[in-house]
Design a protein around this ligand. Structure first.
Ligand SMILES: Cc1cc2nc3c(=O)[nH]c(=O)nc-3n(C[C@H](O)[C@H](O)[C@H](O)COP(=O)(O)OP(=O)(O)OC[C@H]3O[C@@H](n4cnc5c(N)ncnc54)[C@H](O)[C@@H]3O)c2cc1C
Length: 406
């Protein structure tokens, strides 16, 4: 089916800025309920440029039907300590899959179009303001300015969200810089992701190799600094080179992971969702599952508001309440876990490897590990070996008291 091509300025029930997973999914849900939805994307091609490793749990397919975008399956992880020591965790069955991210985003947006959403591609939202109980959004589509009016504006415009800025909603406390290179010819068991930990490799986060079909994505995020320079150094390390020696780059990917827990993700006539609302997991940087989960909550609130003809912050607040009381609880814990680990020294990471390198601990990780809910295995590990308490920060310690009986 051909997408609708809209040639004149007009009014919509909902204007969604950003055709990533959060925006595409929400546009489809609201359009399927019979409302007029515009999906505005600044790039001409949805899904490009890619800014992602594409690692997700099969749970995402409870939201979106695009399994054809899967290019690999992962059942375990090989973790490398700062000194290069290796710890293998094998879940023995599929724990996560790797998707071709551009195809994934395109499939979600295509579904939205099938459900009736109108796409505006090559269209950058440049400003938005509230007027007469509606929102007017100024966009520039291939040099032509136009205005879209909406009852509700949804900012799914990613980590540097302008919608959030325009409506004074929130700014992420910090954006972790990330850099990734897709390489061909990377060796190693494609059933395992490889994670590289340590302050020389990736201070404040970690490095990774994610097998992705015929290629692999080799990348890292850091607490601060030049992620590209760190990646270049990471590629020289023997524990990384054993996989990448002779491999060739085919694509460079830069991006950022938003950190923080927003106090408010709504305003009169406005919601922000996904990376725009800092809804990525601080432990892993993964944000596709959480964006879709929150987008589902947002779409329900948007439909309720449209049915009630009430777009006030009082009604739109329901979305904020819904996501903070569900997936938000995990995101808050992930932030505390991240903050604990981001400040550890290399010798402390080595001690942690000592603790984890026991059959009991490995079994626990294999049984309870879940990349969408990392805190679950965290609590179980602390129960199993309270020595771990030594490594946790103040915020996490307070949560542990509530969650774990030690
Ligand atoms: C290096 C790296 C690796 C990652 N790897 C993974 C991973 O393996 N698994 C995982 O789950 N997550 C991963 N993530 C996180 C994941 O990419 C994001 O959490 C996810 O894309 C968030 O989806 P979103 O829809 O909120 O935003 P995005 O996917 O960022 O989409 C936002 C969209 O808005 C558009 N936009 C922005 N401003 C405007 C404007 N003014 N006008 C019009 N359009 C606009 C952008 O072009 C973009 O298409 C990674 C992130 C990074 C940086």
């Amino acid at each position: 089916m051909m997408p609708h091509v809209v040639t004149s300025a007009r009014s919509f029930d909902v204007v969604v800025i950003g055709a990533g997973p959060a925006g595409g999914y929400l546009a489809g849900k609201v359009a399927a309920a019979g409302y007029d939805v515009a999906l505005v994307e600044e790039h001409r091609e949805i899904g490009e440029p890619i800014q992602c490793g594409g690692l997700v749990t099969p749970r995402v397919f409870e939201y979106v039907r695009c399994k054809e975008t899967i290019i690999g399956a992962v059942h375990g992880a090989e973790l490398f300590s700062p000194s290069g020591r290796r710890l293998v965790i094998d879940g023995h069955h599929t724990q996560a899959v790797v998707v071709q991210r551009a195809m994934f985003d395109r499939a979600i947006a295509t579904d939205a179009v099938r459900k009736g959403a109108h796409t505006f591609l090559g269209a950058q939202a440049q400003s938005a303001r509230r007027e007469d109980g509606r929102v007017a959004v100024s966009i520039d589509q291939d040099g032509a300015p136009r205005t879209l009016r909406a009852k509700i504006l949804v900012g799914c415009d990613g980590v540097r969200s302008n919608v959030a800025k325009w409506f004074n909603i929130l700014r992420p406390r910090k954006i972790l810089p990330g850099f990734e290179v897709e390489m061909t010819g990377v060796r190693g068991d494609a059933g395992f992701v490889k994670l590289f930990i340590g302050n020389e490799i990736a201070p404040g986060f970690f490095g990774w190799i994610i097998p992705s079909g015929d290629t692999a994505r080799v990348g890292l995020c850091v607490g601060e600094g030049n992620a590209y320079a760190y990646l270049e150094r990471m590629l020289q390390r023997p524990e990384v080179k054993q996989y990448t020696k002779g491999a060739q780059p085919i694509l460079y990917i830069a991006g950022g992971i938003p950190l923080g827990f927003p106090r408010r993700t709504y305003a009169d006539n406005v919601l922000v969702v996904g990376d725009a609302a800092c809804q990525a997991k601080a432990v892993s940087g993964g944000g596709i599952f959480t964006s879709l989960t929150c987008s589902d909550f947002a779409s329900r609130t948007v439909i309720e508001a449209l049915e009630a003809n009430d777009y006030s912050a009082r009604v739109l607040h329901r979305y904020h309440k819904a996501w903070t009381k569900s997936i938000g609880k995990e995101l808050r814990k992930d932030l505390a876990i991240h903050e604990s680990f981001a400040r550890l020294r290399d010798d402390q990471f080595e001690e942690l490897f000592d603790i984890f390198d026991s059959p009991e601990m490995r079994l626990l990780i294999e049984k309870k590990g879940d990349i969408d809910f990392p805190s679950k295995v965290g609590w179980a590990l602390i129960k199993e070996d309270p020595r771990l308490l030594k490594y946790v920060g103040k915020a996490l310690r307070a949560m542990i008291v509530k969650n774990v009986v030690v």
